[in-house]
Design a protein around this ligand. Structure first.
Ligand code: GLA
Length: 409
């Protein structure tokens, strides 16, 4: 993973090429032949609309120029009934059974692969035994959807190996299901959709009810998306995520409504005696964040960067105080960015992803991006003793096959 805190002269395209070459070379040296298929799928950063994909809201993510790449080929031994994956980052091998399965047998990163393979075998088509090498430059555990990128890259590779193409939304849902069932994470659909549908020059305004995407053009070279990793991960995320989800569901049930999109702040206020304090606070975040996301999409489309920035700060405050998924390190990063201020090139900042660590996203003037990054990282380290890391990304292309030689295995 190359961060701007460890300056590199490599462009995003060169980093992609380097990762691709590393994965192919590793494949050839491990398995002694060339891969038949090479697939790539990106991580994502969410600009605004946090914790509302599973609450009937809208989200505004973009795919980032960081990818999981998988090289694979069917295996020559016809008796083999499993897939062999080698992770070139972790330097570990895992064998995944190829069968219909509803329960994980693997642990760790193997669960994501197993879930996608099981989804394919049970609902799409037969999968031959194969061998594969995985490489990634999506930061792991940084709230940038490294697991969704792994799932979507696996599904894309399977499409190549089996010659069976899924509808893009079907692929995202299959991967989300794998995450629910095999990784035990009751996530929404944002991460997998972002990894499948990402397009250069566009943010995706995803309607999480209809699952339709409205493209929001973002080609302004003078404005950049700076992603700063706190490099901390408080291991609360799984349980706390499910807990917030439950609180939102029970609040909605008490309100007697089917969708958060139909709830107003006035409804919440009238119901305050029937809701617990936590349910009320979660509800306040959800209702306000749905409105903020629509406003931000419009402001983005009109190039109103200062308005986008203000909405980002409000979103962070709401996630911090009402939804309670931030942490001291994320709050420090956002505060430092805010203190740098508009005059010095910062439009706005907020935590991004599930929370409890991971990254913040900052909208910056491109000519100030380097200086802003250095100031944030220096002050963050001075205050917390933790070394952060940061990079910029333009909206990136979603999952695709880089290579496919059907007869090359
Ligand atoms: C995680 C989940 C997403 C979404 C975000 C919070 O990334 O996978 O579905 O809920 O958290 O917005």
């Amino acid at each position: 993973m190359t961060y701007l805190s460890h300056p590199t002269s490599l462009s995003a395209a060169e980093q992609f090429k380097e990762l691709h070459q590393r994965v192919e070379t590793e494949f050839r040296s491990r398995f002694g032949h060339v891969p038949a298929v090479v697939a790539a799928a990106p991580g994502r950063v969410n600009l605004i609309g946090e914790h509302i994909d599973y609450n009937h809201g809208f989200v505004l993510p973009m795919a980032i120029e960081r990818y999981v790449i998988i090289a694979a080929a069917p295996c020559s031994d016809p008796s083999q009934e499993h897939a062999t994956f080698y992770s070139s980052d972790l330097q570990e091998t895992t064998d995944i059974p190829i069968r219909v399965s509803f329960e994980p047998t693997c642990s760790g990163w193997g669960r994501y692969l197993e879930g996608v393979i099981a989804g394919f075998v049970s609902g799409v088509c037969d999968v031959p035994a194969f061998e594969a090498v995985i490489g990634s430059n999506v930061p792991r555990g940084g709230g940038l959807s490294s697991s969704a990128a792994l799932e979507v890259a696996t599904a894309t590779m399977l499409e190549g190996i089996t010659d069976h193409q899924l509808e893009p939304l079907e692929k995202a849902i299959l991967c989300q299901h794998a995450e629910h069932t095999f990784a035990g994470m009751p996530c929404g659909i944002m991460d997998q959709v972002s990894s499948v549908f990402g397009k250069p020059g566009e943010l995706m305004l995803l309607d999480c009810i209809s699952q339709e995407i409205q493209a929001v053009p973002f080609r302004e070279e003078g404005v950049s998306v700076l992603i700063t990793n706190s490099n901390v991960k408080h291991e609360l995320i799984g349980g706390e995520y499910a807990e917030r989800r439950r609180q939102c569901e029970s609040a909605l049930e008490k309100l007697g409504l089917l969708s958060w999109r139909d709830v107003t702040l006035r409804d919440l206020d009238s119901a305050r005696t029937r809701l617990t304090n936590d349910e009320l606070a979660c509800g306040r975040h959800v209702v306000a964040e749905i409105a903020r996301t629509l406003d931000a999409a419009e402001a983005f489309a009109n190039g109103q960067w200062a308005s986008v920035g203000e909405l980002m700060y409000s979103s962070h405050e709401s996630l911090q105080k009402d939804f309670r998924v931030s942490c001291a390190e994320l709050d420090a990063l956002v505060r430092i960015a805010r203190e740098i201020g508009f005059e010095d090139g910062v439009y706005g900042a907020r935590m991004t992803g599930g929370g409890f660590g991971g990254c913040i996203v900052t909208l910056v003037r491109s000519d100030r991006a380097k200086a802003v990054r250095e100031r944030i990282l220096t002050q963050y380290e001075n205050e917390t003793g933790v070394q952060g890391s940061a990079f910029t990304s333009r909206p990136a292309v979603g999952a695709h096959l880089i290579k496919r030689n059907a007869h090359d295995s």
